[in-house]
Design a protein around this ligand. Structure first.
Ligand code: CO8
Length: 374
């Protein structure tokens, strides 16, 4: 390929159900009350710890989250279950994650004016895939009638930006013509809804982006990719230990220790300066200044993190136009957050306007793309 790689379409799909903080807290507190009553003697003897109440006010103040979309609601709120109830699908049915992926992929393809025949690379990239193989990406490829290749990749919260960089590089190198990058983030099955510290954090969603050579792009609403950057630095502060080796370790594959857990305070302190520095270097690397950037489509984990990072970059508190917040209604959707922000906050972009997509999270991992409206 010669010339620039462009983003020519974005698609967003959200589930039908949403859970408000009040609904989630009512369920958790009913569970905690029952636990405390049933275990009163053990708590009194110091053998078990009393479960404190959760609160909507804490959740909104500490995270900015007011509600979250979820694939299934009743199982999460049922205190005898506290996890989504998802019917098993047969091997000859489309898998749930592929279905979510297709919902957003078709929207991105429509936006880019592409059919399956135009695409030759599919990456499904997210925090978890529901199975190891065949890849969800190959299932999606098959459903869309795409010739070429597909694969899955996992980079937690940076899965989208890292996959966009992979797609960019493949198109730039000529090993792909047009790529579909999809982030079906089905987070709720990996959450511990019994854990007051984290029961409110995540939501389900799927996003997708089409990338191609500028030479083949046929739509007006498209973006030149001016630069991409990905970094990782090892940290144990955000972990999910679920994995196939549990079977051989004789540990409980679905045990509480294997679900998502984190030291949120430490993550906050470590990641904010890393993300700020990453963005400053990235902007400098493409030869522009912070003031040249119209919009920062930041990862959506915590409103206070986004405010802090934006303030350090801009020197003032960011407006919703400068660094839009979508986590109030979506919560943390792992890698999809910055893509949701990009999808919902770009209609006012004019030719030459520059925006930056940036993710930060587990690993640690930070990824970014600088985009200029064509
Ligand atoms: N209700 C009421 N009080 C609470 C609650 C609650 N639900 N939870 C905690 N508290 C209490 C605590 O007990 C504590 O009380 P005390 O002061 O008496 O000890 C007090 O509130 C303060 O607790 P924290 O210090 O923990 O509160 P923070 O202000 O730090 O807020 C946050 C907690 C919101 C978690 C915050 O630290 C945060 O958002 N940090 C950033 C985390 C982050 O970005 N993590 C990235 C995670 S995602 C990722 O990278 C990839 C994962 C992908 C997939 C996941 C699928 C499941």
């Amino acid at each position: 390929m010669t010339g620039t790689v462009v983003v020519s379409g974005v698609g967003l799909w959200k589930p039908e159900y949403s859970i408000s903080n009040d609904e989630l807290v009512a369920s958790y507190n009913a569970f905690a009350r029952r636990f405390n009553t049933e275990n009163a003697a053990a708590i009194e003897a110091g053998e078990l710890t009393l479960k404190e109440s959760s609160s909507s006010e804490f959740i909104e103040k500490a995270s900015g989250i007011k509600s979250r979309y979820v694939y299934e609601k009743e199982g999460i709120l049922d205190i005898d279950r506290m996890r989504p109830r998802i019917p098993l699908r047969a091997e000859d049915e489309i898998s749930l994650q592929a279905e979510m992926a297709l919902n957003s992929a078709r929207r991105a393809m429509t936006a880019a004016g592409k059919t399956g025949a135009d695409i030759d690379m599919v990456i499904v990239s997210c925090a978890y895939t529901q199975r190891a193989y065949p890849a969800i990406a190959i299932e999606v490829q098959n459903a869309l009638g795409i010739q070429g290749f597909g694969f899955d990749m996992l980079v937690a919260c940076s899965a989208a930006t890292f996959a966009l960089q992979r797609a960019h590089d493949a198109i730039a190198a000529g090993s792909a013509r047009c790529a579909l990058v999809i982030n079906p983030e089905l987070t709720t099955p990996q959450m511990n809804f019994h854990d007051r510290d984290s029961h409110f954090i995540f939501g389900d969603v799927s996003t997708a982006v089409v990338l191609e050579s500028a030479e083949t792009c046929t739509v007006d609403n498209s973006y030149d990719i001016l630069g991409t950057k990905a970094i990782t630095v090892f940290s144990n502060n955000i972990r999910s230990n679920f994995g196939y080796v549990s079977f051989a370790e004789d540990t409980e594959a679905f045990g509480i220790d294997n679900l998502f857990h984190q030291n949120g305070r430490k993550v906050f302190k470590d990641v904010c300066p890393m993300a700020t520095e990453h963005l400053q270097l990235q902007i400098a690397a493409v030869g522009i200044e912070v003031a040249d950037v119209k919009r920062w489509w930041l990862h959506q984990a915590n409103i206070n993190m986004n405010h802090l990072i934006a303030r350090r970059l801009l020197g003032h508190d960011a407006t919703q136009d400068e660094a839009p917040i979508v986590l109030d209604t979506f919560a943390n959707t792992a890698s999809a957050g910055s893509i949701i922000a990009f999808s919902l906050y770009q209609d006012d972009f004019e030719t030459g306007d520059v925006g930056v997509i940036c993710s930060f999270g587990a690993g640690y991992s930070i990824g970014s793309l600088v985009l200029r409206r064509r």
